[in-house]
Write a protein that binds this ligand. Structure first.
Ligand SMILES: Cc1cc2nc3c(=O)[nH]c(=O)nc-3n(C[C@H](O)[C@H](O)[C@H](O)COP(=O)(O)O)c2cc1C
Length: 376
């Protein structure tokens, strides 16, 4: 096993070396050690978009129940110093904005949550090889790098989006520092990750081990490093497929806003779906209650044809895997997925099963679909 890991590591390192790869996503400024010109381009880019400080929450976001915490190399290699001075680039490998930094920004915009950039007190080298080396030493010794700043009012968050890059087949050790210092027990945790060819590797297992009492969703967003910069639509759609985060209000003790759920009943069984806020889900909701015949399609879905087409003008694409309730516009059918499916530009997410998902494969004959009482 150990031998296999070493082999994988060597293959990955060789791949990076062969690509001359030193950084993350497309759209960032590629740096070339040979040409001073590109370095200064990066310096300029950095000056224009300095890493965000963890600023106090403003009035608009102070009431959010969602925390978007993330780690990104770009904000851990070069800092804004206390005096507001920007430290000079020590070497040309790190690029801004970081891949996870960009993803986190879109998650924040989509959820209205509070952004927290996890930053170490002792920044990593901005040189690729030197950063790899230090990260590997930290991994080997099980280090927990010291962090700057604290999350204020952690108790006011019930939902945490946690973003990170794959570092050495797992998470940066600073992410574990963060998880050990901030008790996320009982909170819903959604993971998003950007990585190289290694994918998520052991990262999810490491996080699950660090958070035994948190509710970690297995619906994880991940993207290849070169696709991070062009993943805005995909990650926004992913956030929307998870539910309507903006509707909940928990900070003031006020009851959560209404969340639309529907009950699908057949042969004494009930499957409950939470609908998203998209226009297609609105159309379906407006047709309830309805009774219809469900049919088998392929080996992963049950379908029915609503009497009218659904309005897809403002709906996320389906990509949430088994349990998805979707609308396939080209054929005009609603699909209950019990297996995985290929994403498709004509397939729109309506919602996701929240209970009884294991019964979808058994659905047959006549079904009734009803709106449920308001959910708290
Ligand atoms: C120290 C270090 C170690 C890395 N290790 C891996 C790895 O083991 N597997 C992998 O797929 N990518 C690895 N990467 C690549 C990053 O996961 C990838 O570039 C990611 O998109 C970076 O996100 P960021 O720009 O927000 O830091 C590593 C990057 C760094 C800096």
């Amino acid at each position: 096993m150990k031998k296999n890991l070493s082999l994988l590591l060597a293959v990955w390192a060789a791949f990076l070396a062969a690509c001359g790869q030193s950084d993350g996503g497309a759209g960032t400024v590629p740096l070339d050690l040979e040409t001073g010109g590109t370095v200064s381009e990066a310096e300029e880019a950095f000056t224009k978009t300095p890493p965000k400080e963890n600023l106090p929450l403003d009035e608009e976001t102070a009431a959010s129940h969602i925390l978007v915490a993330y780690f990104s190399w770009a904000e851990n290699a070069i800092f804004l110093e206390e005096a507001g001075e920007v430290e000079a680039l020590a070497s040309p490998s790190v690029v801004v904005p970081g891949n996870v930094q960009q993803l986190a920004g879109w998650v924040q915009e989509e959820t209205g949550g509070d952004l927290f950039s996890i930053q170490v007190t002792d920044p990593y080298p901005s040189d690729w090889d030197a950063c790899l080396e230090r990260a590997n030493e930290e991994r080997g010794s099980g280090a927990r790098p010291a962090l700057r700043g604290d999350v204020e009012n952690l108790d006011s968050y019930d939902t945490v989006f946690l973003g990170y890059p794959n570092w050495w087949y797992g998470v940066p050790m600073a992410l574990l520092s963060f998880l050990e210092q901030n008790d996320l027990s009982g909170k819903e945790v959604y993971l998003f990750c950007s990585h190289g060819t290694g994918g998520l590797a052991n990262s999810v297992e490491q996080i699950a081990e660090a958070l035994p009492e948190a509710v970690i969703s297995d619906n994880i967003f991940d993207c290849y490093e070169e696709e991070a910069a062009s993943s805005e639509a995909a990650i926004r759609s992913w956030v929307n497929s998870l539910g309507d985060f903006r509707q909940k209000e928990v900070d003031s003790g006020a009851p959560a806003a209404e969340q639309r759920q529907i009950a699908v009943q057949f042969g004494g069984n009930t499957i409950v779906y939470a609908l998203n806020e998209g226009s297609a889900a609105d159309s379906l909701y407006g047709m309830l209650p309805l009774t219809t015949q469900v049919e088998d399609y392929s080996t992963n879905e049950k379908i029915f044809y609503p009497k009218e087409g659904l309005d897809t003008s403002n709906s996320p694409l389906a990509q949430a895997g088994a349990g998805t309730l979707a609308y396939y516009e080209p054929w005009g059918d609603v699909a209950f997925f019990y297996g995985d499916y290929r994403e498709n530009p004509g397939l729109f997410q309506l919602g996701q099963a929240v209970s009884g998902g294991e019964l979808i494969a058994q659905m047959s004959g006549t079904i009734t679909i009803e709106a449920m009482e308001s959910q708290q």
